[in-house]
Design a protein around this ligand. Sequence first.
Ligand code: FMN
Length: 174
Amino acid sequence: MELMEGLLSRRSVRKYQDKAISKDVLEQIIKAGQYAPSAHNTQPWEFLVVEDKEALKHFRVMQRSALFAENAAAVIIVCGREDLSYSREKEHWSYIDIDCSAATENILLAAHALGLGACWCGISPMTGPISAVKEYFKLPDNVKPFSIVVLGYPADDSKQPERYNPERIHWEKW
Ligand SMILES: Cc1cc2nc3c(=O)[nH]c(=O)nc-3n(C[C@H](O)[C@H](O)[C@H](O)COP(=O)(O)O)c2cc1C
């Protein structure tokens, strides 16, 4: 799939066929995540792949808007490494979520390019889902779950409606 075509046709997909995703395809998708840009090229991310049916069912408890993960083939949890991200503790800022955001978007686009359907479900900055996911998957202290990418072969083929809005573009002045 050509890059621009993929960017403009990607949609969130929440209904999936009952079909597994091969390890090779999951690795290609995660590789795309690892090619995302990051502040100071710190690449402060880790990826947790979940295929276990009981765990997939449990997403509705950890983040209720991710309930459709129970019918997915797999979930990739994009996590940030607090110890690696570019940050200033004294000034209370960190690029961790922004970097994980870029990785998440790359994963969505790679999934689309490989014929999968995917939906980004938020974890960070919601404190409840962060704690729930951290606890359920026993993540180390320095690892913060950022997003849930729900994946499967799509069971519907709805198209992306027109979204281009020239009124939101400002040339030289507002
Ligand atoms: C930060 C973030 C959090 C999101 N969380 C959820 C979610 O919890 N559940 C869900 O079904 N979709 C979630 N989405 C997907 C959005 O609803 C979706 O991207 C939006 O409606 C636009 O549709 P599109 O992805 O098809 O272009 C999230 C998207 C982002 C970027």
